[in-house]
Structures are given as C-alpha cells and as structure tokens.
Design a binder for this molecule. Structure first.
Ligand SMILES: Nc1ncnc2c1ncn2[C@@H]1O[C@H](COP(=O)(O)OP(=O)(O)OP(=O)(O)O)[C@@H](O)[C@H]1O
Length: 293
C-alpha cells in the first residue's frame, strides 16, 4: 500500500535536548494511527517534522512521496496543532471559507461543519464560541482542503465527553471514506476509540508499534514493590529491579505473584501494588527484550 508519510532514522535536537532519536516509521494510505506517549516524549516534534514546520537534525522525512518543505506537497495534508489561535472577529463560516481558499480541492462547508457538530454555528463569531466549540472548529479546519492525510496533535484536549464524541465521529467519517490520519494522545483509551494501530513513543524513541489490543496487554501490567532480602523464583515477572533496598517487580498478574510470594514463606514488608505508567511498562519490556537477545 502507498506510504503517505515516512520517517527514516530521524533525529531532532533542540540544543542539548534530543527530542527524537533515530525514529523510523511508515504511515500507509487509509490508516488511522495513534501516536501515544507521555509529556515530552517527542510526539509534537514528530508531527512538526511531518508537516514541514521543522526539519530533522539527521535522517529523512517524506510526505505524500515528496518533501514536507514543498508547499505543493503540503496542499495534500491538513493539520491541527496542539494550540491554535483563531481570529475572534471572524464568523465560523468565514474562517472555513478563508482556510478552504488555500486549497485546490475544498470540502463542502455545510457537510464539514455538520461532521463536527458545528452546523448551527456557521454565523457565530469565533469570539463567541465556547472552548470546546473552538477546538472542534480548529480540528474541522484540518479537513477543509479535502486532504489525503490529516495530522491532529492532541485533538480532544479540554473537551467534555459529548464534544469529544462529536470530534471522534468527525474523524471516523473521514477515515471511513478512505482518509489517512495520524493523531497524538496521552491516553490509550482515546486511541483505542479510533485507531487499530498505535505507536508508543518515549524519550524520543519508538517503544512499540502494534495493534491497540497488543499494547493494551502490555499497559495492563502492575508494579509490585516490597522490601525483602532475597526473593524466590516467582511466576509472571516481566522485569525486576532493586532500588534503595526496595524490589520492584512488573507483572500482568499481581494477585498470582503475591499468592506465590506468601506461599513461599519468604519474609517481606511494605508491599505496594500500583499501575505502571505507560513509559515504565514499555521501557521495562523493551529493556527485557534487549537483554534477552
Ligand atoms: N522549541 C523547542 N526548544 C527546545 N526544546 C524543545 C522544543 N520543542 C520541544 N522541545 C523538547 O523536546 C522534547 C520533546 O517535546 P515534544 O513537544 O515533541 O513532546 P510531546 O510528546 O509532544 O509532549 P506533550 O505531550 O507534552 O505535547 C521535550 O523535552 C521538549 O522540552
């Protein structure tokens, strides 16, 4: 299938900060892909490279078979950055006309607004919109030029449940008509609602690139921490580390682990079980895979 966006061994530095570290990935036509990762993981940087707002320090980025720096290539994409400032005095319909005028192909204004639940607001000034309505409008504008591919950086931040669903419906309908989308989120739940493929990034690297189901299994791990001199062999331990006299174990089945620990008669204290953060889960598993090789 045609590759619409490709990063090959891409690194990006901001001074001393290595925001992306040799990232390689392909997004093919018709895919809806979620980019998942904690704050500072490098998600926005990757989007900015794909849409031509920044250049890589090393490696190459391709967009629609050309360069993201080429304005003609960029006419084939739509973007909603994390933060947008829209002119307050313009009406909703006017800004849609203004943005569409930059593209050779234009979405039908009525349909576009309806797709994002904004059909009754075409004559409203932007200054009179609620925060959620503004965000939906900013996302709708990414679709104004009938793009082949759309990039959405945290599209639903600050939206309530209803507005989030309206936005998801809009994104889904574009995808059902064959559109390609890359969106970022901090939440697996959000990506799960939309995408099948999820790319997890942390510390500027791709930690996993898999189906949402596979990622969900990994993220479902728990961290069991305790103080003990020695531990016997325990079932289902994905990784273990010692830190300041404490032992931290990662497992998908903490109940079984604790039952076996008690059965073993090993003295321990200070037992704690908590969900792992996405980053912990992936870093532990990736470092385990590397150690196993
Ligand atoms: N213009 C910049 N100047 C200096 N450092 C930057 C700049 N932009 C990003 N960074 C740094 O690069 C790293 C990656 O940032 P990036 O915004 O890509 O992460 P992110 O995954 O999008 O985070 P968030 O979820 O918070 O938006 C961070 O350490 C950030 O501080």
């Amino acid at each position: 299938m045609t590759v619409l966006a490709r990063a090959a061994q891409v690194s990006r530095r901001y001074g001393d900060v290595l925001a992306l570290d040799r990232v390689s990935l392909d997004i093919r036509a018709g895919e809806l892909v979620g980019l998942l990762g904690p704050n500072g993981a490098g998600k926005s940087t990757l989007i900015n490279l794909f849409v031509g707002l920044r250049r890589p320090t090393s490696g190459t980025v391709e967009l629609l078979g050309g360069s993201p720096q080429d304005p003609l290539v960029r006419q084939g994409i739509g973007v909603t950055p994390q933060e947008t400032g829209l002119p307050e005095a313009l009406r909703v319909g006017e800004i849609v006309d203004f943005v569409s005028a930059h593209y050779p192909r234009r979405a039908d204004k009525g349909e576009l607004l309806a797709r994002f639940g904004l059909q009754d607001l075409a004559r409203r000034q932007i200054g009179g919109l609620s925060g959620g309505q503004r965000r939906r409008l900013a996302v709708a504008l990414a679709f104004a030029g009938e793009p082949r591919m759309v990039f959405l950086d945290e599209p639903t931040t600050g939206l309530d449940v209803e507005a989030r669903r309206a936005l998801w419906d809009g994104v889904r309908s574009f995808h059902e008509q064959g559109g390609t989308i890359l969106l970022t989120s901090h939440y697996l739940e959000e990506i799960e609602a939309l995408a099948r493929r999820v790319i997890v990034v942390g510390h500027g690297r791709v930690l996993a690139d898999d189906t949402v189901t596979a990622i969900r299994d990994v993220v479902g791990t728990r961290r069991v921490s305790l103080t003990a001199a020695e531990l016997p062999e325990l079932p289902g331990v994905l990784s273990s580390e010692r830190e300041d006299g404490r032992i931290h174990l990662l497992t998908a089945d903490p109940d079984r682990l604790v039952v076996e620990l008690v059965r073993s008669g090993t003295p321990f204290s200070g037992l704690e079980i908590r969900p792992t953060t996405l980053e912990e889960a992936f870093l532990a598993i990736t470092s385990k895979e590397t150690a196993d090789v």
